[in-house]
Design a protein around this ligand. Structure first.
Ligand code: A3P
Length: 567
């Protein structure tokens, strides 16, 4: 019995050299059952060659049923050059019309974009048009996450389209003669016989290669390479090679590599190749320079509000669906892609001096966020605001009561936080929301795995409440925004609100809304004691962590540690 199956699929662009192609397919079929070339077509170039080439086109079409087919672009244009999805779809429709007129099957669900354009970095318009015109379900690229190192190439799923990693086989449009192979023909042979190409097939359960028709004309290096490769693999390994149609192949891929389904978006401008296939209408300057990550109920709205007063600082456009926050990195929004994310930010008038940011308060304690944000925004600065986690828990409970949450209305705070394993699930849900974000050291440690400590600032939320001007000065220095904005004059304590507010012209104040800085009774002493106990170890860990990366301890943490050493 053979331990594994390997799947090998080849893809080509159309025109000419028909007989050699057919010959290659037949030979490979004797070695790999059902081996079938998947041919790409750009209909605009049909019958635009020499007489011989035109004849080749006709022979290909006559024998079209012998092959699988996938659409390229009508005129081989790069999709990322089309900003308008309708115009892009129109181009695709021309190619589809061509396919229908010539009886080329249109239902394989697979497409390839010319020069990798639009697949990764994702050009959302391409995915939309592919689905609308062709019902595409699968594509492939060499660019995710990067072209090199080739062994790190991976797949992902976006907008319902499965993107498979495509391998490189060493054959390109310019490598058409054996004796003129770069570095000498021995390089090609080395790659086939135990070198890079052999290892690619050996180490990848699914390999997709794309060659050009010129590799089947001239010295027929396509035929030579793949026949030799398959024979070498079969001679020296016990791998069994097989071919699958694209959709089946993609399903198999994501069965094997199910953890790859979720993409990890990166900044397109951090890779020269990616930048070159990134629409000129898009800019990487439309990404935030810093994030306020939460957690909820610590004063995040106040910091957001105060920062927005700064002339050089700009927040995102509000999102109507998630209480103004974008909440991109934590949930389903992430799958909408970075085009969607960037739409929330204006194009800065001066990218080096303008500071764009977003605040999503559930980033802090959501496990996937630091990894995702560091992939897209590796140089971003991260601000977390921490208050006594006991007060945070109580504030969340009061927040839920204010929103008429039946659990919060029907149970006391103590009942919620102390609920044991037998308590109803709904109680546990609220308990988790009260307690988990306050496990500060665990969450902060995760952020520090992905960001250098110099890029992370912990703000004392209690100080923020009492003397916001000095906290805002710290934040500005940490961010490096200029000029320093003087919050001493810009903020004023509002007796009626009981909090600091913005001073407007004429001396009036503008405070945060009713839902921020609520009035509610003090926490009962049993809950306070319960929570002091609950968070003791976590607070000690937090103090160690902060000492380690050289940040001063928040006042509430010092008090809490002192109290616990006396008790
Ligand atoms: P309470 O309403 O429980 O007092 P967030 O914006 O992260 O949800 O945090 C809300 C908390 O911010 C409020 O919780 C309040 O204590 C705190 N806060 C700090 N400074 C504030 C300010 N200037 N105005 C209103 N609330 C402020």
């Amino acid at each position: 019995m053979l331990p594994w199956c390997r799947t090998l699929v080849c893809m080509m662009a159309s025109s000419g050299s028909f007989l050699a192609l057919m010959n290659t397919q037949n030979k490979l079929r004797t070695l790999v059952p059902n081996f079938t070339f998947n041919l790409g077509f750009s209909g605009k170039f049909y019958h635009t060659g020499t007489d011989e080439e035109d004849e080749g086109d006709d022979m290909l079409l006559k024998h079209r049923k012998e092959f699988w087919w996938f659409p390229h672009m009508w005129s081989h244009m790069q999709p990322h050059l089309f900003h308008n999805v309708t115009v892009l779809a129109e181009q695709m429709k021309l190619n589809k019309q061509f396919a229908l007129e010539h009886g080329i099957p249109t239902d394989l669900g697979y497409a390839v974009a010319p020069h990798h354009s639009g697949v990764y970095p994702v050009h959302a318009q391409l995915y939309e048009a592919w689905k609308a015109v062709w019902g595409i379900q699968v594509t492939s690229t060499e660019e995710y996450p990067h072209l090199r190192p080739a062994r790190y190439r991976r797949g992902f799923i976006h907008n319902g389209i499965m993107v498979l990693p495509r391998q490189t086989c060493g054959l390109f449009t310019h490598t058409i003669f054996y004796n003129e192979y770069p570095g000498g023909s021995k390089e090609l042979d080395k790659s086939i016989r135990g070198g890079e190409l052999f290892l690619t097939v050996l180490l990848n359960p699914i390999s997709i290669f794309m060659t050009h028709l010129s590799n089947y004309g001239n010295d027929r290096l396509g035929l030579y390479t793949f026949e030799s490769l398959v024979k070498f693999v079969q001679c020296w390994t016990n791998l069994r090679l097989q071919t699958l149609p694209p959709i089946q192949l993609a399903k198999k891929y994501f069965e094997i590599f199910s953890q790859e389904k979720n993409p990890l978006w990166q900044n397109p401008c951090d890779d020269k190749r990616h930048k070159d296939i990134w629409s000129k209408e898009k800019t990487c300057d439309r990404l935030p320079k810093f994030l306020i990550v939460g957690p909820q109920k610590t004063g995040t709205t106040a910091v957001h509000f105060f920062l927005s007063m700064h002339p050089a600082v700009t927040s995102n456009f509000p999102s109507p669906s998630t209480y103004e926050e974008i909440q991109f990195f934590n949930g389903l929004n992430y799958h909408k892609g970075i085009d969607w994310y960037m739409e929330f930010f204006p194009i800065p008038s001066n990218a080096s001096t303008d500071f764009m940011f977003e605040k999503s308060a559930n980033y802090f304690d959501t496990e996937v966020v630091p990894r995702r944000s560091a992939a897209l925004l590796p140089r971003a600065k991260i601000i977390a605001i921490l208050i006594n986690p006991a007060d945070r828990a109580y504030s969340w409970y009061q927040h839920q009561r204010a929103h008429n949450d039946p659990v919060a209305l029907n149970y006391t705070f103590y009942q919620i936080i102390s609920a044991g394993p037998q308590a109803p699930q709904e109680l546990h849900n609220l308990q988790n929301r009260c307690l988990n974000p306050g496990l500060y050291s665990t969450h902060l440690e995760r952020w520090l795995m992905y960001y250098p400590s110099g890029q992370v600032l912990v703000v004392d939320g209690q100080e923020l409440r009492q003397s916001p001007a000095s906290i805002m000065e710290n934040i500005q220095r940490f961010l490096g925004v200029t000029p320093l904005f003087n919050y001493t004059q810009a903020l004023k304590f509002d007796e009626a609100k009981g909090f600091w507010c913005q001073v407007l012209e004429g001396g009036k104040t503008k405070c945060l809304g009713k839902s921020k800085g609520r009035k509610y009774p003090d926490m009962d002493s049993s809950s306070r004691m319960f929570l002091a106990d609950f968070y003791r170890e976590h607070n000690i860990e937090l103090s160690k962590l902060m000492n380690k990366f050289g940040q001063p301890l928040p006042t509430w943490l010092r008090e809490e540690l002192q109290n616990s050493s006396w008790s």
